[in-house]
Design a protein around this ligand. Structure first.
Ligand code: ADP
Ligand code: 5GP
Length: 224
């Protein structure tokens, strides 16, 4: 679905423990809505097989990352699983000003910082697996990680999922189609918030572009 708007964009943050299905859900949302762009983060971790610089992440050295922090160039940043991750502040503000929506795959620390800085622009969605047993099954079935990595991710997941209550929306990803419909509904509804439709609403209210109103105005003038 496409749209071009003059309204300010929104920041859709989707967090989940690894393996809950966040990437699958987010990719589907991006395919459907072309006004929604993925926010490519900066990270100090090494690229995994198939990951591309500038597409999946901007891969930078710890020194470069620290300089970005010192220059106040990051809208949020955090240490996750021993590596630094952060979001470009310039990118966020450009998207908001141009009326483009941004989709973030960041953790709860990042979601919290964005919420604090831009409370009117941020929408926080937490994706939960139906159970920790199912999470483990998905991580194993995905077969992208070594056994010890899967075990570490499961340990971290137990901590991460406790933060669901800081989020605006929670989606349990049991059935993929149902979970996707829920994520889609959140995004569509958030776009319709009054503060995000102000320009469109004011154009209607002020009668711009209405032939009938124009004619009525002329009629009123003729009658004078
Ligand atoms: P994340 O980005 O949260 O780490 P992924 O999107 O990579 O998770 O999903 C992890 C694995 O689970 C993938 O193999 C994906 O195909 C699978 N998966 C995602 N959602 C579901 C679901 N609702 N039911 C079963 N498998 C799922
Ligand atoms: P991965 O290394 O598996 O791609 O990501 C590890 C974790 O870092 C995930 O939970 C992901 O959401 C989070 N993450 C990715 N980019 C950012 C970012 O820019 N900021 C924060 N705070 N977390 C991020």
């Amino acid at each position: 679905m496409s749209s071009s708007r003059s309204e300010r964009g929104l920041l859709l943050v989707v967090s989940s423990p690894s393996g809950a299905g966040k990437t699958t859900l987010c990719n589907r949302l991006r395919r459907e809505f072309e006004n929604l762009e993925f926010s490519v983060s900066y990270t100090t971790r090494a690229p995994r097989g198939g990951e591309r610089h500038g597409v999946d992440y901007y891969f930078v050295s710890p020194g470069d990352f620290d300089e970005m922090i010192a220059r106040d160039e990051l809208a949020e940043y955090a240490l996750v699983h021993g590596n630094s991750y952060g979001t470009s502040a310039r990118r966020v503000h450009e998207a908001l000003d141009r009326g483009r929506d941004l989709l973030f795959d960041i953790d709860f620390q990042g979601g919290r910082q964005l919420r604090r800085k831009l409370p009117d622009d941020v929408v926080l969605v937490f994706v939960l697996p139906p159970s920790l047993v199912e999470l483990e099954r998905r991580l194993r079935a995905r077969a992208t990680d070594a056994l010890e990595v899967i075990e570490r991710r499961l340990r971290v997941a137990r901590e991460e999922i406790r933060h669901y209550s800081e989020y605006d929306y929670v989606i349990v990803n049991d059935d993929l189609d149902r979970a996707y419909e829920a994520l889609r509904a959140v995004y569509v509804a958030e776009r319709q918030r009054t503060r995000r439709q102000r320009g469109a609403a004011e154009a209607v209210v002020s009668g711009q572009g209405s032939l009938l109103m124009g004619a009525a105005d002329e009629g009123a003038q003729e009658g004078r």
